[in-house]
Write a protein that binds this ligand. Structure first.
Ligand SMILES: Cc1cc2nc3c(=O)[nH]c(=O)nc-3n(C[C@H](O)[C@H](O)[C@H](O)COP(=O)(O)OP(=O)(O)OC[C@H]3O[C@@H](n4cnc5c(N)ncnc54)[C@H](O)[C@@H]3O)c2cc1C
Ligand code: FES
Ligand code: FES
Length: 464
């Protein structure tokens, strides 16, 4: 049984927990405001709000793509479709969309309204830049983004007048006409809901964010027992001690990106992870899911390889640690046995004298898998001599690669070294021709990314 609040209504359903919310709201509940288009997380037309109960009893709302969001994942949550924002008047976001002519055919508009509403409910800074980022998964094919951004800017101007302190936020957002008054009762109503615990069957499929699984095999998942890692609060943490950042196996990319330890020890990752998919996917997609799906081009994987991450792998009554660099055994093959899960990712803090940098080339800046991506962690002595070098590359082999560049240790970072590094990287790469580019193009690209690691970081004042 899955129990949740859909808009104002309590829902208890025996539908399979692998049925996606998009199908449930449209076909079972006949709420057609949530639009169906790509069904692959690409367009944002199906965006809904998911509010989940926090340890302090408050409810945190995120915008999510409902086409990749299984019912089991919203057990115990508040799901809001555009119908759930309806009252006697338009909400402030809807009103601003009208005033700024930010809708033509209207197909994308419910998704845009919900993404901006999630931004108003939860964003810490409420800046215009944050509002634009919140919309990075919502594609509009007829209005043009200038009008939509103008509406977003006007929303930020209105939000500048509210008291955004967490204790007052919801009341202020209701008073500003952004969500209806019934939202105030949701924390108490959710406290009465009893969610099912995560399934423990040894054959249960582990579902983290589901953003890969529900693209690859949605029908198969409707016939499987599913273990939702979002129910495992013991795997939901980002902490730092003297030497390591520790990330639980259920932490989403967005939680990781915006966490205090990441901001403190790896500030560049906040921007780098903006290049991973889009807000409506990052709110569900996890770091561990990115690693385990074993894509040769996963962005998190490539970053974590350069950062020398290790995986804590937990099975029935056992625990072991594996360096990420040894985790991939072949194309889409990992060192993970049946019944094991990645319970923690351990990232060493940057050693003294070390710099990190990430580069990704894709057809679109956001919402796109890379053609080639690469990250570097290079440590130099005060005289500029390389003492340690970890350079990773994606899209140029069957698995995410950590290049063997040990021979560069002891060399000074200068133009000749960078050129030689680029050539060495190109010669280690074994890309194939595919939809993202020819093998020759990808080799060349990797060489250029290696140069960019050093020159761009230097231009940004982080001279390596
Ligand atoms: C539109 C779109 C855009 C995308 N853009 C990007 C992009 O820019 N960059 C990128 O790298 N990827 C991208 N992806 C791919 C995907 O979203 C990510 O790789 C994501 O991080 C996968 O994580 P998840 O939690 O959703 O995994 P899931 O789909 O939940 O799981 C993936 C696999 O990992 C297993 N698994 C998950 N967690 C664990 C665990 N803790 N222990 C053991 N096994 C586990 C699952 O059983 C499953 O086999 C995109 C996907 C879509 C649909
Ligand atoms: S239908 Fe396109 S993102 Fe869900
Ligand atoms: S208004 Fe038509 S797709 Fe956006």
């Amino acid at each position: 049984m899955t129990s949740f609040i859909l808009n104002e209504q309590l829902v208890r359903t025996e539908e399979h927990p692998g049925m996606v919310v998009l199908e449930f709201v449209r076909d079972v509940k006949c709420l057609s405001g949530t639009k169906e288009a790509c069904r692959e997380g690409e367009c944002g037309a199906c965006t809904v709000l998911v509010g989940s109960r926090q340890p302090d009893g408050s409810v945190a709302y995120k915008a999510c793509a409902s086409c990749l969001l299984p019912l089991g994942d919203v057990d115990g949550c508040h799901v809001v479709t555009v119908e759930g924002l309806s009252g006697a008047d338009l909400t402030l976001v809807q009103q601003l969309i009208v005033e700024h002519s930010a809708s033509q055919c209207g197909f994308c508009t419910p998704g845009i309204v919900l993404s901006l509403t999630a931004f108003a409910l939860g964003d810490k800074k409420l800046s215009y830049e944050g509002a634009v980022n919140a919309l990075d998964g919502n594609i509009c094919r007829c209005t043009g983004y200038v009008a939509i951004r103008n509406a977003a800017r006007a929303l930020c101007e209105s939000l500048a007048r509210i008291d955004a302190a967490p204790a007052k936020r919801l009341g202020e957002i209701v008073s500003a006409g952004i969500v209806p008054a019934y939202f105030k009762e949701i924390p108490a109503r959710l406290a009465q809901l009893k969610a099912e615990p995560a399934a423990t069957g040894k054959d249960a499929v582990l579902v983290a964010g589901g953003t890969d699984l529900f693209v690859q095999k949605p029908e198969q998942l409707m016939e499987s027992e599913l273990c939702f890692l979002s129910k495992r609060s013991d795997l939901d943490y980002v902490t730092a001690d003297w030497n390591f950042l520790r990330v639980g196996g259920a932490v989403t990319i967005e939680e990781f990106r915006l966490s205090e330890p990441v901001r403190k020890y790896f500030p560049a990752l906040e921007g780098d992870f903006l290049l991973h998919s889009s807000a409506i996917l990052r709110n569900k997609a996890t770091l561990a899911g990115n690693i385990v799906n074993a894509s040769p081009i996963g962005d998190a994987t490539i970053i974590l390889l350069a950062l020398d991450a290790r995986l804590v792998i937990t099975g029935a009554g056992s625990q072991r640690e594996v360096p990420l660099a040894k985790f991939y055994l072949g194309y889409k093959k990992t060192d993970l046995a049946c019944g094991e899960l990645v319970s923690e990712i351990v990232i060493p803090l940057l050693p003294k004298g070390a710099r990190y940098h990430f580069e990704k080339v894709s057809n679109r800046a956001t919402l796109d898998i890379a053609a080639v991506n690469s990250a570097v962690r290079v440590t130099t002595a005060p005289d500029g001599v390389i003492t340690d070098l970890r350079l990773s590359a994606g899209g140029v082999g069957a698995v995410p690669l950590l290049l063997n560049l040990d021979s560069f240790k002891g060399r000074k970072v200068d133009a000749a070294t960078i050129e030689a590094l680029a050539k060495a990287a190109e010669s280690e790469a074994k890309p194939i021709d595919d939809i993202r580019g020819s093998a020759a193009y990808k080799k060349l690209l990797l060489g250029q990314l290696v140069c960019a690691h050093f020159t761009r970081a230097a231009a940004a004042g982080e001279a390596v």
